[in-house]
Design a binder for this molecule. Structure first.
Ligand SMILES: NC(=O)c1ccc[n+]([C@@H]2O[C@H](COP(=O)([O-])OP(=O)(O)OC[C@H]3O[C@@H](n4cnc5c(N)ncnc54)[C@H](O)[C@@H]3O)[C@@H](O)[C@H]2O)c1
Length: 324
């Protein structure tokens, strides 16, 4: 699946499809774009072009790469054309089993049996989706993080019928695009990163609902503290350092009890309480002030670029500390 991929089909050209289109075009591939709403293909091309201009402004790509990439954003009018022209298909349509299954059933017939198909799904299971396919072994999950043209992580998840070699090839392919792939050994709803985020989010909601701190301070306690370290190393390695010379085992022995007490004090609800919802939405509105969505995205992306340049640019040590 690796060096043989020259043409990629981006199916679903919303938020995530636009990020993928930017990445694939920047990396020199022809990108065939299809969406059930043609006006969103136009919007995706505009968004991807603007993303490429941003990468150029930030010194990450040359004028030539930027200009050539824009010529590789190619709309196609139907699924058959996308399937026929693509060496790999990245699906980013609506997060719904019925919609995805209907699409995979058609792709299965339209795309050559050797064409791998990766789904961007944030939380659905490939085992369920690939049930409708005659050649399910080429289907897997390739889950990105927003903005998907900038954030390195891509979670690769098999379904029960996925060929493990397809997943290994996908890891090589995404690595060649500058991504940091992680391969899950078995599927779980939400993969790894969204499950970790879900656990943290519940506690962030709870702290706001209980009035422990303002929403702004709860966010600050993350981005100015552990968030900085998480860009460098994950939870396990961080706590290994927390144990000093004795390492992770020592950390568990000396701090484990305290954490068990925190866990006993934490909520386990699975539905966001209505009053908590109002509190956190109001808290975020206060924090956002008059900044628009575009202002906030630009602010985030400029800072992200600085971090990515430091950690992931050529020469940076991706292996030792990568947040995978
Ligand atoms: N938004 C995120 O933060 C995020 C992050 C990672 C992964 N994802 C996943 O990516 C996928 C897309 O999410 P999104 O946020 O880009 O959604 P979106 O609504 O922005 O885009 C989805 C696009 O799919 C199109 N579409 C729907 N059904 C279609 C069909 N049958 N054929 C062709 N096009 C169709 C829609 O018109 C829309 O343009 C979902 O599976 C989601 O879970 C989202």
């Amino acid at each position: 699946m690796t060096s043989s991929i020259k043409c990629v089909g981006v199916l679903g050209t919303g938020v995530i499809g636009s990020g993928w289109a930017t990445l694939f075009a920047k990396e020199g591939m022809d990108v065939f774009l299809h969406d059930s709403r043609p006006e969103l293909i136009t919007k995706c091309r505009q968004q991807a072009s603007s993303n490429l201009d941003f990468l150029f402004d930030q010194g990450l790509i040359s004028t030539r790469v930027c200009d050539e990439a824009k010529t590789r954003l190619l709309p196609v009018s139907n699924l058959a054309e996308l399937a026929a022209k693509s060496d790999y298909i990245q699906e980013s349509i609506a997060e719904d089993y019925d919609i995805k299954k209907s699409c995979y059933r058609q792709l299965d017939d339209l795309a050559a049996a050797s064409t791998p198909i990766g789904s961007s799904t944030s939380g659905l299971l490939m085992t369920e989706i690939q049930k409708v396919m005659k050649t399910p072994e080429r289907a897997f999950i390739a889950h990105p993080f927003t903005p998907s043209h900038l954030v390195p992580l891509v979670e690769l998840v098999p379904g029960r019928q996925t060929d493990p070699r397809v997943l290994e090839d996908a890891a090589v392919f995404f690595t060649s695009l500058g991504k940091v792939p992680v391969i899950l050994k078995k599927e779980v709803p939400g993969h790894i990163a969204n499950r970790l985020a879900a656990a943290l989010w519940r506690e962030a909601i709870h702290l706001a609902a209980e009035g422990v701190a303002d929403v702004e301070d709860i966010d600050k306690a993350l981005f100015a503290g552990p968030g900085l370290r998480w860009a460098i190393m994950g939870q396990h390695l961080t706590y290994h350092l927390g144990g000093g010379e004795g390492g992770y085992r020592h950390f568990i022995e000396i701090i484990g009890n305290s954490f068990e007490a925190y866990w006993r004090d934490m909520p386990t609800w699975t539905k966001i309480p209505a009053d908590a919802r109002e509190k956190i939405v109001a808290g975020v509105q206060k924090m956002v002030k008059d900044r628009t969505y575009d202002n906030l995205c630009a602010e985030r992306d400029e800072k992200l670029i600085s971090i990515i340049k430091t950690l992931y640019e050529e020469g940076a040590d991706k292996g030792a500390s990568s947040p995978s």
